[in-house]
Each structure stands twice: as C-alpha cells, then as structure tokens.
Design a protein around this ligand. Structure first.
Ligand code: COA
Length: 241
C-alpha cells in the first residue's frame, strides 16, 4: 500500500486528503464484509478482485481519518456510501486500485487510475470536445499524444466522481472541458476542468448545482507507483463563492 497524497498537492488544504494506491490482489476478497460481499456475489472474478482491493484500500484510508473497520456499501447509482462526514472516491483497473478520502464538510474528491499506455484515437471524438482534440494535437507530439489523451479521459472520470456527491446528477463527456497543464518534466501537472453547461439542481440544495463556466481543479501523475501508470484527481470545495 503506497501513499499518493501528492496527487492532491496544491488542491485544498495541505494534508487534508488521504490518498493510497495498491496492486489488485485476490487475497482481499476474504476481507470484505458480508454486506460488501453481497454486492459482488454474482460478479466475475476480475470485478470481485478489483472491488475487494478498492474496499481494502478505502478501509485503510478511512482509518487515518479515525473511522476503523468501516463497511462501504454502494447505492443503486453505484456510488460508494461513505461513513458520515467523509467524502471519498475509489478507482480500479486490472493492475491497481486508488482511493482518496477527505472531510466531507470541506470538499468532495474524485480519483481515477489507468494502466493502459494510450487512449485509442478512434475513441477521441466520443469523449473529447473539438477544442480538447485541437490542444492534444498542438501541445503533445505524436509519441506522447495518446498517453495525454488517456490523462484527459481519466480526468473526466475523476471530475465525474467528484461532482456526483454534490449534484447526484449524471454528466456526459461533452459537458466538461479539460485543460492539461504539465509541470516541468511532464510526469505530473494540473488539470483545469470547466463545466460547459449547468449541472445539477439548485432547488435541492444551494451547492447541488454547478453553473456553466464553473472551474474545478485536479492533478495528474504518471507512474505514480510501479502499478499506477496514470492517476488523476479532482477536488471540489464545498464552500463556493
Ligand atoms: C462511474 C464511472 C465514472 C466509473 O469509472 P470506471 O472507469 O468505470 O471505473 P473506476 O474503477 O475508475 O471507478 C469505479 C468506481 O467508481 C465509483 N462510482 C461509481 N459510480 C459513481 C458515482 N455515481 N459517483 C461517484 N463514484 C462512483 C465506485 O466506487 C466504483 O467502484 P466500486 O463499484 O468498486 O465501488 C463510469 O462508470 C461512468 O459511469 N462514466 C460515465 C460518466 C462520465 O464519466 N462522464 C464524464 C463526465 S465529464
């Protein structure tokens, strides 16, 4: 189990988010609670293994916030149900699981992990805006473009998971514009996620809607650990101006 708190560096208060990654492993299936096991009773082995690794990792991260032996069930919308006062996010792929947890009064968070080396060009038009494709072509050469397309895709998934607890609203890929701002060696960088239309319903709660133009920030890390090729995060503060 490795700390990847730097996935949240410069996002929110320093140290406010606990983020961990670990390789996917069958042995965590035995550590599921009865309720969690029932959620994957009919799942394929791969799904059960990834789900169990995510739960194991989430329990470890929650323990750092003072919540011991928490059971993390899922709602009908598949979103994880966190202990009271916690906001968190889980992601897994064949190789690794990644989680982040924080104080729900401060922010909601989203994470995503990928172990592919690129996002195939055939998929770009269905997940990216024309401006995002233009930026990929302008700022990244042919040797790195596929990898940064994967970062962009992953960022959209992370944003989706971060916004959902606030809005409980589905959001399509074309409803978000993401800009990647690599840091010096390109192994990490900032993600600027701009909502393209209103998402959510403010009549439910004042912060249950993001207006068009709202900007959420995130980060990406390449090769964060031996098993994590691409990791992305988004943090959305609760108090919004
Ligand atoms: C929900 C979704 C983002 C998950 O991503 P994924 O690549 O399929 O899988 P990941 O392993 O990264 O994430 C799976 C985890 O997401 C979490 N999750 C599922 N639905 C969620 C939701 N509505 N809100 C927050 N988290 C959710 C769960 O913890 C799940 O793991 P678990 O079932 O083991 O608990 C994806 O399936 C989806 O529905 N995407 C369409 C919406 C979207 O991405 N829009 C882009 C908007 S800009």
């Amino acid at each position: 189990m490795q700390r990847v708190d730097r996935l949240f560096a410069n996002l929110g208060a320093p140290g406010a988010v606990v983020s961990l990654a670990t390789p996917v492993d069958d042995r965590w299936v035995a550590s599921l609670t009865e309720g969690e096991r029932s959620l994957v009773a009919r799942a394929m082995d791969k799904r059960r293994r990834e789900f169990a690794t995510g739960r194991r990792l989430a329990r470890a991260a929650l323990a750092e916030l003072g919540h011991r032996d928490a059971e993390i069930l899922s709602g009908p919308d598949r979103a994880p149900i966190w202990p009271g006062g916690v906001a968190g996010s889980i992601s897994h792929c064949d190789h690794a699981a990644l989680v982040a947890v924080t104080d729900a009064a401060r922010a909601t968070v989203g994470v995503d992990v990928e172990h592919r080396s690129a996002l195939k060009t055939e998929l770009w038009k269905s997940v990216f805006l024309a401006g995002e494709i233009e930026a990929l072509e302008r700022y990244f050469d042919s040797s790195s473009r596929g990898l940064f397309a994967l970062v962009l895709f992953s960022a959209k998934e992370a944003l989706y998971k971060a916004q959902y607890p606030q809005t409980t609203t589905y959001m399509g890929f074309s409803e978000l514009h993401v800009t990647i701002e690599p840091e010096r060696d390109r192994a990490s960088g900032r993600l600027v996620c701009t909502f393209q239309n209103d998402v959510g319903d403010a009549s439910r709660a004042p912060d249950a809607r993001f207006p068009a133009g709202f900007v959420a920030e995130g980060r990406y890390l390449l090769e964060a650990t031996e098993h994590v090729r691409v990791a992305t995060s988004v943090l959305i503060p609760r108090a919004r101006g």
